[in-house]
Design a protein around this ligand. Structure first.
Ligand code: IPM
Ligand code: MG
Length: 370
């Protein structure tokens, strides 16, 4: 037998993951520090890995000081991380398109995190605004194309200030871009028990890009004979989400369509305050970025009442992506236990503060069987 190759880390040594934390604006810092606290508890409970967190103070305050949202070599710094844990970007004093194109989109697009994954489910203890719809009736994964489409940034303005001023915003669909997101979505659908995918489109009105989108979905579907799929126009999809939530499992949609549908999904599942997302590079050439979808929420910033559940669920997605599925499951079980016990923040009709929810989840993690 050949001698064993000595490994750099002796067996039994916990793996160390490097996490780049970018809390950024609004309630971002509150929910990300809550998330990091819970992640530490999960790592301690699991014992198989540790986390080394690099803190980056980029965002709108950084912009006020430096005239940009992150340093020009920001991506090179982030590349040293195994994953990025992101809070929210957006500030009442900075136009939204400046902050978005200053920080979040350069990371998503610069690292080609082309798959945005948005799971939605009704957590125990949480009430859906839909009548007669409870835990188990709504269990969706929305896959959002995250690199092109309506967010391609392609367009411009001419004749500024003149009566004939014109502005264009062209959606871009490339064969490579559409095919890879379709494959990713079919893979997710295949990995779930129902093996059911809905391809959202608007090819009745948009006869170029969206017809192309449908054609590629049909082509890719041949490689997934075990996945049942259908097509739904985006407007009809909103009605179906409300009226027949049980008919939906995995969904794939363009950048803008999925942006809109995922807010609706979060609201139907009880609150925007619980919805997580992962900006994934499925090929793992670059670190992926995980963030709550709720945004900076300036109306409640600093009040200590932000719902940290989205950032916990986000942390669970990050752990799963890092290969720590048992730890991710443990964290979600702890979150569900706390929600079921009625320890809920005001957006879910409860009275608990961010800190109280966080403390309860940390305690649940500590008491949880692996
Ligand atoms: C989201 C958000 C962003 C988006 C905003 C903040 C620009 O709504 O992640 O869904 O539209 O992508
Ligand atoms: Mg959105």
């Amino acid at each position: 037998m050949p001698p064993a190759i000595p490994s750099a880390t002796p067996p039994g040594t916990p793996k160390e993951y490097r996490i780049a934390s970018i809390p950024a604006d609004g309630i971002g810092p509150e929910v990300i520090s809550a998330g990091l606290e819970v992640l530490e508890a999960v790592a301690a409970r699991d014992g198989g890995f540790t986390l080394k967190v690099d803190h980056y103070d980029w965002g709108s305050n950084w912009y006020r000081r430096h005239g940009m949202f992150m340093p020009p070599d920001g991506l090179a710094w982030l590349r040293t991380a195994d994953a990025i844990y992101f809070g929210a970007v957006g500030d009442p004093d900075v136009p939204d398109h400046i902050s978005l194109w200053g920080l979040r989109l350069p990371i998503c697009q610069g690292f080609d995190q082309y798959a945005n994954v948005r799971p939605t489910r009704i957590l125990p203890g949480v009430t859906s605004p839909l009548r007669d719809v409870g835990v188990g009736d709504l269990d969706w994964v929305i896959v959002r194309e995250n690199s092109e489409g309506e967010y391609a940034g392609h367009g411009g303005r001419a004749h500024r200030g003149m009566p004939e001023e014109v502005a264009t915003e062209t959606a871009i669909f490339t064969r490579r871009g559409v095919e890879r997101i379709m494959r990713f979505a079919f893979d997710i659908a295949r990995s779930r028990p129902r093996k059911l995918l809905t391809v959202v489109t608007k090819s009745n009105a948009q006869r170029h890009g969206m017809v192309f989108w449908d054609e590629i979905a049909a082509l890719v579907s041949h490689d997934y004979p075990d996945v049942t799929w259908d097509k739904e126009l985006v407007d009809a999809m909103t009605t179906r989400m409300v009226r027949k939530p049980q008919s939906i499992d995995t969904v794939v949609a363009t950048n803008l369509h999925a942006d809109i549908l995922s807010d609706l999904a979060a609201a139907l599942a009880g609150s925007l305050g619980i919805a997580p997302t992962g900006n994934i590079d499925p090929e793992r050439r670059s670190p992926s970025m995980f963030e709550p979808i709720h945004g900076s929420a300036f109306d409640i910033t600093g009040k200590g009442i932000a719902n940290p559940v989205a950032s916990f669920w986000t942390a669970a997605m990050m752990l799963e992506h890092l290969g720590e599925k048992p730890a991710a499951d443990l964290l979600m079980r702890a979150v569900e236990q706390v929600c079921a016990a009625g320890i809920l923040s005001p957006d879910l009709g409860g009275k608990a503060t961010t800190q109280e929810v966080t403390r309860a989840v940390v305690e649940a993690v500590r008491g949880m069987n692996r």
